[in-house]
Design a protein around this ligand. Structure first.
Ligand code: PAF
Length: 301
């Protein structure tokens, strides 16, 4: 993986944070602290993550810093969103490095619970967003989005944010979280920020760390496929199957790449479309070696 920009070196220095930096691990202590901060009239932002922060995460933290009085970063590798045989056990972790980056971005508070504290014995409530969670990653990773929706709801309840920041790389996740917040009247503003890419186009992801040098080179085909489809659309191709074929071509040419899905769907409801007559999302999941990478691009006629 290409080296991420060290914290504090990209862009202007963050404004000084107002509170001494704090790490909280106990969910009840987190909720009590958030309640106190709210009682003080402060605007709270949360950036939920699974850690191993890269520049995409840092862009969320910087945006949060600019829009809130208190920036809360959550770091929790959530077991309930991993299926059997997925990478829960080897998911990359670097808490000390993450906390240093967080401080450099002006984070006030890091919430780093462990799984036993988040899911005590007897926990049995699950949040399910139905239609939006069925296609794409939902079809390939059963239970994944119920795990995401449940943990995000818990993280919102514990951190009591006014505003929450997510990356658009996980396009379906972001759509699901927006719907969840709307359906459950959570009253939290959800901000989605653009994908941050490596110089050659690869979308930043903590899982890029799994790629060998050769796989890393082949992984460039995902963004190249999205670009090829966007070029074809601009040249007048509206047919969904033709655009998907354009997107797949560079990926299918890579020996280490195996398409999990490449689909063009309605940008808002994620329903299938046959032509790009309204905003659509071209979404893909591709295994490069054993690493499953996501990417997407919104295409508008
Ligand atoms: O996008 C992620 O890192 C995770 O899915 C999230 C939103 C932090 C929930 O565990």
């Amino acid at each position: 993986m290409a080296a991420a920009t060290p914290p504090g070196e990209a862009g202007a220095a963050p404004p000084p944070s107002r509170l001494p930096f704090e790490v909280i691990r106990d969910p009840r202590a987190m909720r009590a602290r958030a309640d106190d901060l709210r009682r003080d009239g402060l605007r709270l932002a949360v950036v939920p993550t699974m850690g191993f922060l890269h520049d995409g995460h840092l862009s969320l933290l910087r945006a949060a810093r600019a829009q809130a009085d208190v920036v809360i970063l959550t770091i929790f590798v959530n077991p309930t969103q991993f299926g059997p045989g997925e990478d829960l056990d080897r998911y990359p972790r670097d808490e000390a490095g993450d906390l240093a980056k967080a401080r450099a971005c002006g984070v006030d508070l890091a919430f780093c619970p462990d799984a036993a504290a988040m899911y005590p014995p007897g926990a049995q409530t699950v949040i399910e967003v139905r239609e939006l969670a069925r296609p794409l990653c939902g079809a390939k990773r059963p239970g994944h989005f119920a795990g995401v929706a449940t943990v995000v709801t818990k993280l919102f309840n514990l951190t009591q944010p006014h505003v929450a920041f997510f990356g658009q790389k996980d396009y379906q996740q972001l759509a699901i979280i927006r719907r969840l917040v709307r359906d459950l009247d959570q009253g939290i503003e959800i901000v989605g920020l653009p994908i941050v890419r490596e110089p050659d186009g690869l979308a930043m992801s903590s899982r890029n760390a799994y790629l060998s040098a050769d796989e890393r080179r082949q992984a460039r085909a995902l963004s190249a496929g999205l670009e090829a489809a966007a070029v074809a659309l601009a040249a007048g191709t509206r047919d969904a199957a033709a655009l998907v074929a354009r997107a797949r071509a560079p990926i299918d040419a890579q020996p280490a790449a195996r398409v999990d899905y490449v689909e063009l769907r309605d940008a808002a409801e994620l329903t299938p479309i046959e032509r790009v007559d309204r905003p659509a999302v071209l979404a893909m999941a591709v295994f490069v070696g054993t690493t499953r990478l996501l990417d997407n691009r919104v295409l508008a006629p």
